[in-house]
Design a protein around this ligand. Sequence first.
Ligand code: UGA
Length: 438
Amino acid sequence: MRIGVIGTGHVGVVTCSTLARLGHEVVGTDRDASRIATLEEGSVPFFEPDLEELVREGLQAKRLRFTTSLPEAVAGAEVVFICVGTPPRLSGEANLVAVENAARQAGRAATGPLLIVEKSTVPFGTSQRVLRSLQMERSDLDGHLEVASNPEFLREGSAVEDSLHPERILVGADSDSAHEVMRRVYEPQIAEGIPFIATSVASAELAKHACNAFLALKISYANALARVCERAGADVRQVTAVMKSDPRIGGDFLDAGAGYGGSCFPKDLVAFDRLSSRLGYDFPLLREVARINDEAIAAVVDKTRDALWNLDGKRVALLGLSFKPGTDDVRFAPALSIAKAMILEGATVVGYDPEAGANAKAEIEELEIARDAYSALVGSHALIVCTEWKEFAQLDLARVKELLEYPIVVDGRNLFADRDLPGKGFLYYPMGASAVEP
Ligand code: UGA
């Protein structure tokens, strides 16, 4: 099939290259000319494991190309995916100007019947608006323009794997014909046995909110438990291990720590809360999930203060600055909130991250960036784990102790929980259990 993809951010590039792998002829477009030039050369302008290889595969097979001309990407296409950014406004609501522009321009450029597929993370009701905008642009194509919602469930850092082998494909559409077209798009994956869930547009849009909010809720549940465990002398890892062994609860997203971040959960929770109240339903549970997350981030600062007494005049080393391992994305990263809070209290903060150092520095000027984990520790009074990159788990603890001014570790991700730090002479602060003296 001939498919156009508007927007070549994270979701857009993954979508383009996955659709090319599925055998379609795909043209991706973006108004950012330098981004398109980078992609045309087979490079990806952000860090995402395995994505560059997938893009190159599509380019070489001539099933994938990129252009700055939106009409060129849309002309002749049977399906056009909208993957443009929807950044939060100051109010917390998503800014949908780019979605509207993409829809209108696609409508104008359509050369025949067209199915527009909404893939950007958008609030409920967006597809209806997209359809209306299309119809306004092209009354001549009345009855031949359709809209589907195909929410993305991929995670940064494993986006390629998630996109090539998704747990399910969700398509919301209000006509059988649109569902049929989308079955053809994903035919190779459906043939592999990946479930295709067909719903109405409204249900698909709400399902995306529902999934993200529930995952965030699981994390916040674990973090609230962590606060109780710390007071009760229990260990949250032991408690959640029991929970995880119950298949009705499920084993994922129950790791207590420094809280969730990223471009999705924090933003989606606010958007879902606003949507609910706009629909006339107060959903305070969502606000509570966000509050518990703030509390989890604050807990790391509190533990550090407890260990160091005064933060003023101290030097602290933050290991991990991205919102999770495997990405250079620092949007809503707990590490940045922790760094800002400590700087505000007068501490000098030095950070290290395998990928996200430059992005973190761009957000917080006062943050010093070290070239590796060990150099971050030189002269620091405490080590704080903010993101659980694998390489941190393998640090030589004897060397860590030698480099630190005080042997203090605040483990925001319980990364060293099984390495007996107190036995090695550290004052160890885990999450969800009491601090242990050496
Ligand atoms: C999330 C969802 O997992 C995807 O399904 C969804 O498609 C995506 O949002 C989106 O809406 O686009 P992502 O934000 O990339 O994906 O990252 P996750 O792997 O979900 O992690 C989110 C945050 O939760 C990270 O900061 C992570 O450290 C934290 N987390 C995760 C915990 O604190 N504890 C856990 O047990 C699991």
